[in-house]
Design a protein around this ligand. Structure first.
Ligand code: GLY
Ligand code: MN
Ligand code: MN
Length: 437
């Protein structure tokens, strides 16, 4: 991504917090997995959004309007010995030019340099509440200025709302990136459908997904893949992926790659043996009808909650028609909350650098209005586990879980389904699984 993109984002944030303010945004640190092994490093999304910088242990300081440089980065210094073990570092000298920032310091000197950047500022904006150790460090810099009788910020403001509102609207570059991530993910779902057969393990399909992601340069999943066959599909965050795929079951795959930090999030549900049973088809078709109508409801000027409400009504009516819900009308069923035990989750969330991306769902107590550049998922589901709560439901429906999820970009004229290449019509899935076409 062009460094100007990040510079532009910092300018917008500085304009939003106003002069006489200072913002401090910390990047991620490395996280130990076990023994002396670490998880692969993943930059904090807020920090990445403003810098594009992918090294651990860095801190960004923004000081709009003033005689001090406006953008300061603290980062690990060059260190030949350390770099030979843990990888290359950009270093303090090269950082300003390469990243389009004003000045850079060795992160080891942060406690000395930081108070100077806070001096004379009225308000301090930071992502308070994420890392209490870092929060304390911020207040230690304030205390230092206080002790020296220097003017220092007296207002402490959570930066999350301001910064996260910027992240809600995706720029053209972000939209392209997310389109590409969704395309790769669609290919992975197709690969999983083609390779599926009874007797394989759920883990084998997870392997196919990862192989496809990686073959397109997306080394990581945006979240742990859910490969949930049979009854497992009724567990929302099933990630054990350790069961054998049984003939006659459905398998629900909720998986998406992360491409240069941008997430995709796609769910497809299909028959392990390539052919839907009559009950599976009825529930699947109902979910698909609801999902298509919900996507239709996602357009500028509609509200964030409209796809959810659209899907909820169609699903509830469908469950009444299938005699799974015993009620005279959809309105009465919804008023009584009869659908809740089958529908479980909301139909949408924002998507971006995080899979459950930041940003408010409401504005002034009302579901917020959708605008071009927003990206949300549309993912209705129906879940009928075999348990006490479902014992009044005919056993032929029990043990079935269906979800269909796409990534939807709001455009000027309506929307674009970024993940549309992943088949979801039952006939398309069956023909792909039978003939590989
Ligand atoms: N993959 C998580 C979700 O669909 O929200
Ligand atoms: Mn989702
Ligand atoms: Mn998902």
């Amino acid at each position: 991504m062009d460094k100007m993109e990040h510079s532009h984002r910092r300018d917008r944030l500085m304009a939003a917090i106003g002069p006489r303010s200072v913002a401090i945004i910390a990047g991620a640190n490395e996280l130990r997995r076990n023994g002396d092994t670490h998880f692969p490093f993943r930059q904090e999304s807020d920090f990445f959004y403003l810098t594009g910088f992918t090294e651990p242990n860095a801190v960004l300081v923004l000081t709009p309007c003033g005689n001090k440089a406006e953008t300061t980065l603290f980062l690990n210094p060059k260190d030949q010995a350390a770099e030979q073990w843990t990888g290359r570092r950009l270093g303090v000298k090269a950082a300003p030019e390469r990243m389009g920032i004003d000045q850079a310091f060795d992160v080891a000197n942060m406690d000395e340099e930081l108070p100077t950047l806070l001096k004379g500022r009225q308000s301090l904006h930071a992502l308070f509440g994420f890392d209490s150790t870092f929060d304390q460090r911020i207040f230690s810099w304030i205390n230092k200025l206080k002790t020296q009788r220097q003017t220092h910020p007296g207002e402490f403001i959570n930066l999350a709302q301001t910064l996260h509102e910027l992240r809600v609207i995706k720029s053209p570059v972000e939209q392209q990136q997310m389109q590409r991530a969704a395309e790769i993910t669609a290919k992975a779902h197709i690969r999983a459908m083609k390779s599926c057969r009874p007797g394989l393990g759920e883990w084998s399909l997870e392997g196919e997904l990862l192989a496809e992601f990686m073959s397109h340069g997306a080394r990581f999943s945006a979240y742990p893949s859910i490969v949930a066959s049979g009854e497992n599909a009724c567990i929302m965050h099933y990630i054990d992926n350790d069961a054998t795929l049984e003939d006659g079951d459905l398998v629900l795959i909720d998986a998406g790659c992360e491409l240069d930090h941008y997430a995709s999030d796609v769910t497809r549900t299909f028959p392990v043996n390539g052919t839907f049973t009559s009950e599976q088809r009825d529930l699947y078709q109902l979910c698909l009808n609801a999902q298509k109508a919900a996507i239709e409801a996602a357009s500028p000027k509609a509200r964030f909650g409209d796809p959810h409400e659209t899907a909820r009504r169609i699903l509830t009516q469908g469950l009444i028609d299938l005699e799974i819900i015993d009620c005279e009308s959809v309105d009465v069923a919804i008023e009584k909350g009869s659908e809740k035990r089958f529908l479980v989750h909301r139909c949408s969330h924002w998507l971006g650098l995080d899979v459950h991306d930041v940003g408010m769902f409401e504005d002034n107590g009302k579901s917020r209005v959708l605008e071009p550049g927003m990206v949300l998922t549309v993912e209705p589901g129906i879940y009928i586990p075999t348990n006490e709560q479902m014992k009044d439901v005919d056993s032929r429906w029990q043990g079935i879980g269906v979800r269909i999820e796409d990534d939807v970009l709001i455009t000027e004229s309506g929307n674009r389904v970024l993940s549309q290449d992943a088949p979801k019509e039952p006939s398309d899935i069956e023909s792909l699984m039978a003939n590989g076409l």
